[in-house]
Design a protein around this ligand. Structure first.
Ligand SMILES: Nc1ncnc2c1ncn2[C@@H]1O[C@H](COP(=O)(O)OP(=O)(O)OP(=O)(O)O)[C@@H](O)[C@H]1O
Length: 262
């Protein structure tokens, strides 16, 4: 294993997930290993049913693997009880969903602060909240409820909410999936800026080459296996990335070495 992986924000080692549906078993993930170093932006791609959401849910501690281990910021998730895992997730893992999942009755400001309220933290650093809102272009929207915000603004509130606890890593499941292409592109630029300017570490699931091209590296899943990963540096536009991705998914699986670095 790469030496730097030991201190990486994310280390996935030989993770498998099998769902049982009455008598049948569904092998959603098979022996997946992945390491993501600090400040990296990684996109997970794959056809429908290839296991992208399952992997994201396992890495973000929402579900547990059938076998294998996941370390976030050095913490082995399997060693935590359900209660401690929930606490750890709220403190150290940021999660953003396609559908924003904001609380409709709360203002943008209170939605952003919700993870702190849920953790029982009462002393709010207002300057830090304002700085975060400013970075995400939300300064003049904080008093609005979600139904008065555009889709792009709602997703930026969701990102601010996920960053308010200063997590070790941010996971996002199709973060642009509910946005038009122009708004989606500006959201991708924002995510890129968060990595470049604040050394945030990010893993997103996406179907869209135009989104994946903003990442540093692309991880490709096929039939629950990690079949390839590649740097986006050779694919500066989405068309070139899409062509390379299609080539990979058409090939028979070629498993990458266990524990390599992304
Ligand atoms: N809770 C579950 N119970 C049983 N099978 C499941 C469950 N969740 C996912 N699966 C199965 O696991 C496999 C991987 O599903 P997953 O949702 O991770 O794929 P995906 O790549 O995210 O797909 P999509 O792009 O369509 O969201 C699929 O065969 C799916 O039917």
């Amino acid at each position: 294993m790469n030496h730097d992986c030991q201190s990486a924000p994310l280390l996935v080692e030989r993770v498998s997930k099998t769902y049982r549906q009455s008598a049948a078993e569904v092998h959603a993930l098979r022996d997946v290993s992945l390491c993501v170093e600090s400040g990296k932006f990684v996109a997970i791609m794959g056809a429908s049913g290839s296991g992208k959401s399952t992997l994201l849910h396992l890495m973000s501690g929402l579900t547990r693997p059938t076998s294998g281990s996941i370390r976030i910021d050095g913490q082995d998730l399997a060693s935590l009880s359900d209660r401690r895992l929930t606490h750890f997730r709220r403190q150290r893992i940021g999660i953003v969903f396609q559908a924003f999942n904001l609380i409709p009755s709360l203002t943008a400001y209170d939605n952003i602060l919700f993870p702190l309220y849920a953790a029982g933290i009462k002393s709010i650093d207002d300057a830090a909240v304002c700085e975060l809102a400013d970075q995400l272009g939300l300064s003049d929207r904080l008093g609005q409820r979600p139904d008065a915000l555009s889709g792009g603004e709602q997703q930026r509130v969701a990102i601010a909410r996920s960053l308010i606890t200063n997590p070790a890593i941010l996971f996002a499941d199709e973060p642009t999936g509910s946005l038009d292409s122009v708004t989606g592109e500006s959201l991708c630029k924002l995510l890129r800026d968060l990595c470049d300017q604040q050394q945030r570490t990010m893993v997103i699931v996406t179907h869209e080459p135009s989104v994946a091209v903003w990442a540093d590296e692309v991880v490709v899943l096929k039939d629950g296996m990690l079949v390839q990963r590649f740097a986006t540096s050779g694919h500066e536009d989405a068309q070139s990335l899409a062509a390379h991705y299609q080539e990979i998914v058409r090939q028979p699986p070629l498993l990458v070495e266990t524990g390599g670095t992304v």
